[in-house]
Write a protein of this length. Structure first.
Length: 278
């Protein structure tokens, strides 16, 4: 990606990153935000939920879980070159239950979620927009809802980013991650089963940070689950109490690299245009 232009001679172009949950910024777009921040872009993150389901210790108290997750997200943003983060709407409007259901992003009416994204784009006026691809990177229903909301928002009148990209995973890296998992945890399944990945020819854009800066991505992952980004596989397997998609994605990055994010272009979903502008 080319170096940024400057607005009014002094204000750098903005990159708006939109994700469903805290920690998605690490798995999906961390190399990109590190690299683009180094180039001088101002990186702004908006998350749809507080990631409440990511803290089972606070089950039954979503506000407390959201506050704890917000502190983790703030530390992650400092590491990943993200200048500012906020919720896509007010805190608690949508929640991460960890198991779907009411008040999740996936449960929301698509036009309502797309309108929230449209409002966010108009307020930020980004040059570049980053989110996840049409399968939501991992197949998570909330991630897919965010991707569809971005497509819907881009079809509606308003500010137009110059570029919009969805982060994706490669199938061969997921296959390699499962092979690593069988070596490390031979008697346990790893992942939700939703993570499939794409063939290589789907990739339209690579954004790469330096291999040295990729250590910041590992450190950001540790902010959410201590050791998830940095511990050796065998020790990690002994410490974790859950073997979900987070571990699978860690292994996928180990099987490929930590300093490259892969993207496909996002095209506006003109089927939602009429509903959005009514």
């Amino acid at each position: 990606m080319n170096a940024p232009s400057l607005r009014n001679g002094s204000v750098p172009d903005r990159v708006l990153v939109i994700h469903a949950h805290p920690d998605d910024e690490v798995f999906a777009t961390a190399a990109a935000t590190i690299a683009l921040a180094e180039q001088g872009y101002q990186i702004l993150l908006r998350v749809g939920t507080g990631g409440e389901g990511g803290l089972p210790a606070h089950a039954g108290d979503p506000a407390r879980a959201r506050n704890a997750r917000a502190a983790q997200l703030t530390r992650s943003c400092r590491l990943l070159g993200i200048a500012d983060w906020d919720y896509l709407a007010e805190a608690g409007r949508w929640i991460d239950t960890g198991c779907g259901g009411a008040q999740t992003l996936a449960d929301e009416e698509p036009r309502v979620l797309a309108a929230a994204v449209r409002d966010c784009i108009d307020r930020v006026e980004p040059t570049v927009l980053l989110t996840v691809d049409h399968v939501g990177l991992t197949g998570h229903p909330d991630h897919i809802a965010i991707h569809n909301a971005v497509r819907g928002a881009l079809a509606a009148p308003g500010w137009r980013p110059r570029e919009a990209w969805g982060a994706l995973l490669l199938r061969r890296h997921i296959v390699a991650a499962h092979a690593l998992a069988r070596d490390v945890i031979p008697h346990r399944s790893v992942g939700s089963g939703r993570v499939r990945g794409h063939p290589d020819d789907v990739v339209e854009r690579l954004i790469t940070c330096s291999p040295e800066d990729a250590g910041r991505r590992r450190a950001a992952l540790d902010e959410y689950t201590p050791g998830l980004g940095t511990l050796p596989h065998t020790e990690l397997a002994q410490r974790l109490d859950r073997f979900g998609d987070s571990l699978l994605l860690r292994l996928a990055m180990d099987a490929s690299d930590w300093h490259t994010d892969r993207f496909a272009r996002i095209h506006a979903d003109n089927r939602t245009r009429t509903a959005l502008i009514r």
